[in-house]
Write a protein that binds this ligand. Structure first.
Ligand code: HEM
Length: 436
């Protein structure tokens, strides 16, 4: 918590409580009188939106678990029963399934905000790393949750992803069987995925607690990336969290919930895959196995490695590249060598960042396509088949750029780029009074 506490208990009870468990003081100092930079824009509202969605997922999930049956022969039907027969089951199920997608939209915007404004830089490295841990936990939770309805894509998605573990040398097969609880994806897998899918959101909630703690020690970053000044002038750089940011966050949360409601009530299945409305059948593989949209960029990176690299065969190479794409985020604070946090003042790196966002979107597209599909046609071969530029090649190019952004662009730009002039303080940036 930055700065001394300003809480003053008013009644006899709150004074008594404050001496024993200063929980109201903690709430007051963290969410009422917390000094918050006065220039935060709407990109800073996604943390609050994420907290709301974590709660929505936990509450709707607990209700779903009251009616869901984690059994190979009943899981699919139990979800159908929830949608048709349980009171408001259609709404709760739709909120949970669409909520996962909205959770990921918010987390990606929150992360790209962090990348653009250099929120991962000192003194917020731990805050960022805790965020990456949350992101990994979210991916594990979403992956296991998708298996539970036991549709075709649930089953075959689980099969493809767990089989990747088999690519690890020596221990791969043993770990895969240990995960499955048998010799294939089956009843034991479904049961343990259900158990872990219920557990992990509470672990996420715990890590979010640490995340907010790590946020409240240095305080929020801000769009110009300057520190709040020390002493009395610092007061001119900040506003109390309440009412200024409770209202701003509240407004953003309501707008986001309105878009969410449009999906829940008017197009509940539009984000789902048609194959997942068919019950899992181990004897019939779907034509194209694709993960949920929020995993697509990583799926493209996995498939981009089609060649052996020395002793590492293509499959293991793909798995390492996929995990590497996330692991690299852990060391990001030390890869970016620039002293300037915000991209607003980094004219060249800003362009690289824009291309990085486009590369992530492009990778998502490549993940959704068949690698042999053509981005554009260049002609026909002797047998009359169309030839052209394959999605596989686009995915490979973008994978190279993804990694180059972290290991070449950010380390190098910090050294060679000349940043633009920054305002003297947060106050000056808001009032536009000082350019020096
Ligand atoms: C359940 C998921 C998450 C929740 C509830 C959450 C919550 C929050 C909240 C409330 C804030 C302060 C308001 C704001 O800046 O938007 C924040 C800031 C931050 N979060 Fe998260 N977060 C989550 C996931 C993540 C992830 C996945 C990352 C990065 C990988 C991340 C990185 C950060 C950083 C760097 C800040 C500081 C930004 C700044 O002040 O400049 N968070 N988070």
């Amino acid at each position: 918590m930055s700065g001394p506490s300003t809480y003053e208990p008013k009644s006899g009870f709150t004074r008594w409580l404050d001496d024993r468990l200063p929980i109201i003081r903690l709430g007051w100092d963290s969410f009422v009188d917390f000094p918050t930079p006065r220039n935060l824009n709407y990109w800073w509202t996604f943390g609050g939106i994420l907290a709301v969605f974590l709660m929505i997922q936990i509450i709707t999930g607990i209700i779903l678990a009251m009616h869901y049956v984690p059994h190979e022969s009943m899981a699919f039907e139990s979800v159908e029963r929830i949608r048709r027969d349980v009171n408001f089951g259609w709404m709760i199920q739709s909120m949970h399934a669409n909520g996962a997608a909205f959770f990921f939209v918010a987390v990606y915007l929150h992360m790209f905000r962090g990348l653009y404004y250099g929120s991962y830089k000192a003194p917020r490295e731990i805050l960022w790393i805790l965020g990456v841990v949350i992101y990994l936990l979210m991916m594990a939770t979403a992956f296991m949750g998708y298996v539970l309805p036991w549709g075709q894509m649930s089953y075959w998605g689980a099969m493809v992803i767990t089989n990747l573990i088999g690519a690890l040398p020596f221990v791969g097969d043993a770990i895969r069987e240990w995960l499955w609880g048998g010799f294939s994806v089956g009843q034991s897998t479904l049961n343990r995925f259900f158990s872990l899918h219920y557990l992990l959101p509470f672990v996420i909630a715990g890590v979010v607690g640490l995340h907010i703690w790590a946020l409240h020690v240095p305080g929020n970053g801000n769009p110009v990336g300057l520190d709040v000044r020390k002493g009395d002038s610092g007061k001119k750089d900040t506003l109390p969290f309440h009412p200024y940011y409770t209202v701003k966050d509240g407004f953003a949360i309501i707008v986001y919930l309105m878009v969410f409601a449009t999906f829940v009530f008017f197009m509940p299945n539009v984000l789902g895959h048609a194959d997942n409305f068919i019950e899992a059948n181990p004897l019939s593989t779907p034509a194209h196995i694709v993960p949920e949209w929020y995993f697509l960029p990583f799926y493209a990176i996995l498939r981009a490695v089609t060649f052996d690299i020395g002793p590492i065969d293509a499959k293991l190479g793909g798995v390492l590249a996929m995990f590497g794409a996330i692991a690299i985020l852990f060391v990001l604070p030390w890869l970016d060598t620039s002293k300037v946090r915000s991209m607003r003042y980094r004219p060249l790196t800003r362009w690289f960042f824009i291309f990085f966002v486009l590369a992530c979107l492009g990778l998502g597209l490549c993940g959704a396509k068949n690698p042999d599909d053509l981005v554009f046609v260049m002609g026909q071969d002797a047998e009359g088949h169309e030839v052209g530029f394959k999605y596989l090649w686009l995915g490979q190019l973008l994978t190279v750029y993804y990694f180059a952004y972290f290991v070449v662009v950010l380390p190098l730009m910090g050294i060679i780029e000349k940043p633009k002039e920054r305002p003297a303080s947060i106050e000056a940036a808001v009032l536009g009074t000082d350019k020096s």
